[in-house]
Design a protein around this ligand. Sequence first.
Ligand SMILES: C[S@@+](CC[C@H](N)C(=O)[O-])C[C@H]1O[C@@H](n2cnc3c(N)ncnc32)[C@H](O)[C@@H]1O
Length: 211
Amino acid sequence: MWDRWSDNYAMSEADFEPMREAAVERLDLEPGDAVLDVGCGPGVNFELLRDAVGPDGRVVALDYSPKMLDRARARVADHGWENVTFRRADATRGDLDPESFDAALAALATLSLSVMPSPEAAVERVHEALRPGSRFVVFDIRSFPSGVLRVLNPLLERTLHLVANWNTDADVPAATESVFGECQVVETHFAGVTYIAVATRDGDLVSDDEH
Ligand SMILES: C[S@@+](CC[C@H](N)C(=O)[O-])C[C@H]1O[C@@H](n2cnc3c(N)ncnc32)[C@H](O)[C@@H]1O
């Protein structure tokens, strides 16, 4: 499915741009940081992440769709960015092998966890890949959480499942909370259907020298 979507991603990219910006701001990145982009798709977050970490920082982009990664690589080549590296992997299986890219200082997952069969498995791998004190920010979609619009949930869920393989059983904030021990939904949009959630890995932040 995601290989097919890779040719038609412009609408999703434009519609969600303000929320992606807000999610990246929540990462509190500093120049020189390393950030993991989980389910990066065609690289829609790269420019924002690159602006935040600067030329000395690093963006590690992970996706399992070869065509999404082709698109993402083309974007990187077009801009001449040299500090974006790629990993083709299933985020829900194996481990993200933090040693191979040095532990990330932060991680971002935009519109990706809710399409995975087990968001919790992916969150566990992200948690392992982060250093203590590192932040994980999620921007994603869910059913209407309250109010009369909930009557639309069956239709919304069926449509998202059909067009995006959306996992109707997924509760991404709950999965994140169960792995990280805490997770706060800090912003919502579109009557609560899209949200930004933030979790921090337990422990004190270790400096580069100690790591
Ligand atoms: C809706 S797109 C989101 C892309 C981008 N992050 C965005 O904000 O638009 C979902 C992406 O997650 C990727 N994906 C889905 N399941 C995955 C998995 N188990 N492991 C790695 N990537 C996965 C898909 O290939 C696709 O690129």
